[in-house]
Design a protein around this ligand. Structure first.
Ligand code: NAP
Length: 285
């Protein structure tokens, strides 16, 4: 089995990727702009690439993980020839970043896999760690073993290399919004002088009921069937109107909720006010 890899970028994530591959028995060449970050890996047996591409002739795979695609492009543009090596790009970017980068890798006669990491560095190598990846079937078949060492739950999404980014973004949205919802609630409770420990306990019991909401909404959108209405868009709008009014009189910051209320208002204006909130997807353009 091909087990030689060059890891480019040894920040928090790149170092975790390189350490995991090294632990999994790969001959692991490493390069980082700031060499000191390689010290621990070199002590553990990693090999130092004297320049970013010095070791590329000795490896089968290149794993890239730097801050952004602009830096990746800058680095790759100095690469002479990839000669059928597989570049696994794990830097976070947009779908269009992934498409352009694939073009650049192909110009250099390389093979390409794009990925998005759904985990912190401490989870890399874990059986439950999820990586989303895409690229040609043949390149996936060639890279699967290595990628599964990084994330036991790696999911291949098909040939369109922008797919991991699209899914990543669609997951970032609920993740940050759910966290912001907690921050908003704590701010309101704090301003109102509510017992925060008691309130935080009440919030802990929410996930149970939210789970049912999430399932109802996702099902309604997939099936395009919004007939089950637990609370209409109009009802939610009226509730938020009261919260915003209270926010103004009591000087509570409700900026986040204003945006949501605007969206609910558009739903009412555009004729879906009596439907469940999932029906807002019908008017989102
Ligand atoms: P980080 O700790 O800030 O490391 C950034 C890396 O990029 C360093 O190796 C840095 O080199 C390198 N770099 C930046 N600009 C460069 C340039 N112009 N030329 C060469 N190298 C350059 O970030 P990280 O947490 O490892 O994140 C790396 C990527 O993983 C990001 O795209 C991030 O979105 C993604 N990611 C991270 C996490 C996470 O939890 N950390 C989770 C999922 C995805 P120097 O050491 O020389 O500065």
């Amino acid at each position: 089995m091909e087990k030689t890899v060059l890891v480019v970028g040894l920040g928090n994530m790149g170092a975790a990727l390189a350490g995991t591959l090294l632990g999994a028995g790969y001959d692991t060449w490493v390069w980082n702009r700031t060499k000191e970050k390689a010290d621990i890996l070199l002590q553990k047996g990693a090999l130092w690439s004297e320049s970013v591409w010095a070791a590329v002739g000795s490896v089968d795979y290149v794993v890239m993980c730097v801050s952004n695609y602009a830096s990746s492009v800058e680095l790759l543009s100095t690469c002479p020839e990839l000669d059928e090596k597989v570049v696994i790009q794990l830097t976070t970017g947009t779908a269009s970043d992934a498409n352009s980068f694939e073009g650049l890798v192909r110009q250099k006669q390389g093979l390409y896999i794009d990925g998005a990491i759904m985990a912190y560095p401490s989870a890399i190598g874990d059986q439950n760690c999820l990586l989303l990846v895409a690229g040609s079937q043949q390149v996936w078949a060639k890279s699967e073993a290595l990628i599964l060492k990084l994330g036991g739950q790696a999911q291949y999404l098909g040939e369109e290399v922008g797919a991991p980014s699209h899914l990543d973004h669609a997951l970032i949205a609920p993740s940050i919004m759910m966290q912001m919802a907690v921050i908003q609630g704590m701010h309101m409770a704090q301003k109102a002088g509510v017992d925060l420990d008691f309130y935080s306990k009440m919030m802990s019991s929410l996930p149970g009921s939210l789970k049912a909401d999430l399932e109802r909404h996702t099902r309604a959108i997939i099936d395009k069937d919004f007939s089950e209405v637990q609370a209409s868009i109009r009802t939610w709008k009226e509730a938020l109107d009261r919260v915003l009014e209270e926010g103004q009189t009591s000087k509570i910051n409700v900026d986040l909720l204003s945006g949501v209320n605007q969206m609910l208002g558009q739903g009412v204006e555009q004729g879906v006010g009596e439907e469940d909130v999932a029906a807002l997807t019908k008017i989102m353009s």
